[in-house]
Design a protein around this ligand. Structure first.
Ligand code: FEO
Length: 395
């Protein structure tokens, strides 16, 4: 029989989740080059035992093995469902089938537990914001945190140990270490995850942050990625991201079919760099949607550069614009650049995108055929204008 790794992260609190090394895409959209983790936690009190979240289906036997290893049985009294999405709740039917446990979740969670997993009402106890469960010397407190990520989401707080089990909030698709100080590039993976999952819900994320503002926290234990035993770092980053704080930074997304747009982008980027602006350049033919979401989190401006294809933006630029619109980044300013041969239409589409996003258009550059010296000179001027706008708001 396997001897599982189920580390004790605090006295009688065990990490019993799984690492999915093989997963390469999430939500059929966002790449996960390191795989991901489905973290869940077993809390043993003097009287009762609770499992906080479960794992993606396929890892349920591993979870059962870890529970047996720690308890010598499946004598779990409660399963807390912080979130109903299958990556965390998919193994709830398996665990409830092996134990007499009651499922604790929000009212909306009860509805989703029935809809997704067929959990009958008699196995569910609804908990409200502020409710507590005494495990015998250990107390779980439930904190309403809707839409982080789905409407039913809650946080669970272990009062005596000051551990916040936050599920997707503060998560990251990072498999490089159990704790934040053991893992690689902690903030950049968390930022990418924030951009993909939480940025569209920034208003709810601010409410979530307000809910935990005065909570003493020793550990933040999310359900993807490392556990934070230095929570101040991620809390400070989340404070900035959820408030839409930006830097003097431009995200340039472009498509180039014959190199014309790429040359235009090159000139603009040089101009921005010469003005001391941070730049991230993403070629949409080779960049993924996760990179765009992650870089957008704190960019003050966006440059959309595309050739005209069939009287519209190149399809990759259309897809990126649609994805950005969905993820609601905090861009304030923007520039559109376009190269066309005969038909127009791409700039019009770009302007509609900016208007819908509430992005202030600094300028457009539209070039017929091959750009001439005066086109490049104008692009240099546009870079200066954009830099001035950005810097007027500070660094
Ligand atoms: Fe990791 Fe919203 O599930």
């Amino acid at each position: 029989m396997n001897r599982y790794a189920a580390p004790e992260i605090a006295e009688n609190v065990f990490a019993v989740g799984s690492i999915d090394w093989k997963r390469r895409v999430f939500d059929a959209l966002a790449p996960t080059p390191l795989g991901t983790t489905y973290n869940c936690y077993l809390v043993k009190g003097g009287l009762k035992t609770a499992l906080i979240d479960t794992v993606h289906l396929g890892y349920e036997a591993e979870l059962s093995g870890k529970i047996d290893q720690i308890l010598g049985s499946h004598a779990i009294d409660y399963v807390v469902m912080n979130h109903a999405e299958p990556d965390h709740a998919g193994s709830i039917p398996h665990i409830l089938g092996q134990s007499p446990a009651v499922l604790l979740c929000s009212a909306k969670g009860a509805e989703l537990a029935k809809a997704y997993y067929g959990i009958p009402a008699e196995r569910i106890r609804v908990v409200k914001d502020g409710d507590v469960i005494d495990l015998g010397g250990r107390t779980l407190k439930f904190i309403g945190a809707p839409f982080l990520h789905w409407p039913e989401t809650i946080f669970t707080y272990l009062i005596e140990d000051r551990i916040l089990f936050s599920c997707d909030f503060f998560g990251a698709h990072n498999t490089t270490g159990l704790f934040d100080d053991e893992a690689e590039d902690v903030v950049s993976w968390a930022k990418k995850y924030y951009g993909e999952i939480m940025m569209p819900l920034a208003k709810m994320a601010r409410m979530g942050m307000a809910k935990i503002k005065d909570l003493p926290v020793n550990l933040i234990a999310p359900s993807h990625g490392p556990i934070y035993r230095h929570p101040e770092t991620i809390l400070a980053e989340y404070a900035k991201w959820t408030n839409g704080e930006t830097r003097a930074k431009v995200m340039v997304i472009y498509v180039s079919m014959y190199g014309t747009v790429e040359r235009m982008v090159g000139t603009l980027v040089e101009g921005l760099l010469a003005n001391g602006i941070e730049v991230r350049v993403l070629n949409l033919a080779s960049s993924d949607i996760g990179e765009i979401a992650g870089q957008a989190v704190d960019a003050r401006a966006v440059v959309l550069a595309s050739p005209t294809v069939l009287n519209a933006l190149h399809p990759l630029a259309q897809f990126a614009a649609m994805a950005i619109k969905t993820s609601k980044p905090p861009f304030k300013y923007g520039v559109i650049m376009n190269s066309y041969g005969w038909g127009k239409g791409a700039v019009k589409q770009g302007l509609e995108f900016f208007e819908e996003m509430g992005i202030e258009l600094v300028d457009t550059v539209e070039v017929k055929g091959t750009p001439a010296a005066d086109d490049f000179s104008r692009i240099g001027d546009v870079a200066g204008q954009l830099a001035a706008k950005i810097l007027a708001d500070g660094r």
